[in-house]
Design a protein around this ligand. Structure first.
Ligand SMILES: [Cu+2]
Length: 232
């Protein structure tokens, strides 16, 4: 799987000025944070979440409803890495990762759906834009999160367990670059499905919404392509 990851990154690197932004999720000593938690990224850049310790997730909300899957408040499916438990002793090359493509310059808000991690500040933003709206800062988002009455996990997406790069097999079945995004979200709704699968068929062409979902399936598609290359 490292091989796949390396190849994927090489492929992406070759595809122009795309950057990969690494975000650490948690740490071996139990930090409840994304680091960095405020990322500026261009459309087409990748964000690779590296799960460093504990049992965390990356889920997408909107600004106004932190700690709540974005699918519950909009018609977006949103991003969900599933839970990624990591032993504190895990070697660096063995940690799970989850990679998504940035599909918009507009602010995108994320949280960890584990326990009260979201309320405790385990949240982050991609492309904060306080110039457009000073009240929509990461600080303000953390304050809102602190007051959230519940921390809700999205229903498990197809990329749910394990490493999204090795999840390429899943991706290659669903993830075409046409970006319907339906590969995530409509998933199996396993044990922790505190969300009724209220994804109302989030069909593709929602402006920013569909866009970031499309980003995910596009990246999964790429992984699929990489996997396919290995089959040759
Ligand atoms: Cu967490």
């Amino acid at each position: 799987m490292q091989f796949t990851t390396a190849t994927l990154l090489a492929l992406l690197g070759a595809a122009s000025a795309q950057k990969v932004h690494v975000v650490s999720v948690g740490s071996p000593n139990g930090t409840l944070a994304f680091s960095p938690d405020n990322v500026k990224a261009d459309v087409g850049d990748m964000i690779q979440f590296q799960f460093r310790g504990g049992n965390h997730s990356v889920a997408q909300s909107n600004f106004d409803n932190p700690c709540t899957p974005i699918a519950q408040t909009t018609n977006m499916t949103g991003v969900f890495s599933g839970y990624q438990p990591v032993a504190a002793s895990a070697a660096m090359g063995m940690i799970p990762t989850y990679t998504m493509m940035v599909a918009a310059k507009t602010p995108q808000w994320f949280y960890c759906s584990q326990a009260k991690h979201c309320q405790n500040g385990m949240v982050m933003v991609v492309n904060e834009n306080t110039a457009a709206n000073a009240s929509r800062s990461l600080t303000a988002f953390k304050d809102l999160a602190k007051a959230a009455t519940a921390n809700i996990a999205p229903s498990t997406a197809t990329s749910g367990s394990g490493n999204s790069t090795s999840g390429g097999s899943t991706g290659s079945t669903g993830g075409s670059t046409s970006g319907s995004g339906s590969s995530s979200g409509s998933g199996s709704g396993s044990a922790d499905a505190s969300q009724s699968s209220s994804t109302p068929g989030a069909s593709s062409d929602v402006p920013t919404a569909g866009a970031s979902v499309a980003g995910v399936s596009a990246s999964m598609g790429l992984v699929g392509i990489v996997a396919a290359l290995f089959m040759l």
